[in-house]
Design a binder for this molecule. Structure first.
Ligand code: AR6
Length: 182
């Protein structure tokens, strides 16, 4: 796992690797609204975390979200067998080239950070939400995610480190070219 670059005095780190191996308080899952698992990073997180992650997702569904987790919302579960303590599951927008895409993607990052802070968590790792199966262009997503993270960290000092974990060098490089971190 390589650290590419740091921003905001080291509070944001851009890395390349497998997010399921991160030793953070919470790894973020780019889930779907069923919370029952899927492909991409969702599949990797459920495989690495094991059945306790799915069991807690089922409990969240039945207690709080019987119709599924809406896009932009975030919920917390155990991380099971992963090194991380928790998974924060969020549902990104399926890219449709509408104004609502950016609003929902920003809500994902903002709500994950707010939830982590409210739970007393200090370190959080994000994948590039919506930029895989959900088709969000990586350059546009870089602007939205970096702006939202920056806004949150400036307003709230509780989160000490945000790691942005890209699966491939090319993905990290697109992010680095388009991000707007200060
Ligand atoms: N570590 C870090 N990044 C990863 C990993 C990993 N282990 N695996 C994939 N990525 P995607 P989405 C990257 O498709 O677009 C699922 O089926 C990947 O290269 O996982 O939000 C869900 O159940 C890409 O850059 O998430 C939903 O149905 C990024 O993670 C749907 O996919 C996000 O790609 C969500 O689609």
């Amino acid at each position: 796992m390589r650290a590419f670059r740091n921003f905001i005095g080291g509070r944001v780190t851009v890395k390349v690797g497998d997010i399921t191996r991160e030793d953070v308080d919470a790894v973020v899952n780019a889930a779907n609204s069923s919370l029952m698992g899927g492909g991409g990073v969702d599949g990797a997180i459920h495989r690495a975390g094991g059945p306790s992650v799915l069991a807690e997702c089922r409990a969240v569904r039945s207690r709080r979200y019987p119709d599924g987790l809406p896009a932009g919302e975030a919920v917390l579960t155990t991380a099971g067998r992963m090194r991380a303590r928790h998974v924060i599951h969020t549902v990104g927008p399926v890219y449709a080239n509408l104004g609502t895409d950016a609003v929902q993607l920003a809500a994902c990052y903002r709500n994950c950070l707010r939830l982590a802070a409210a739970e007393g968590l200090k370190t959080i790792a994000f994948p590039a939400i919506s930029t895989g199966i959900y088709g969000y262009p990586q350059d546009e997503a870089a602007v939205v995610s970096s702006r939202t993270i920056q806004e949150h960290l400036v307003e709230d000092s509780r989160i000490q480190q945000v790691r942005l974990v890209f699966f491939a060098d090319d993905d990290a490089n697109v992010f680095l070219r388009h991000q707007v971190l200060g």
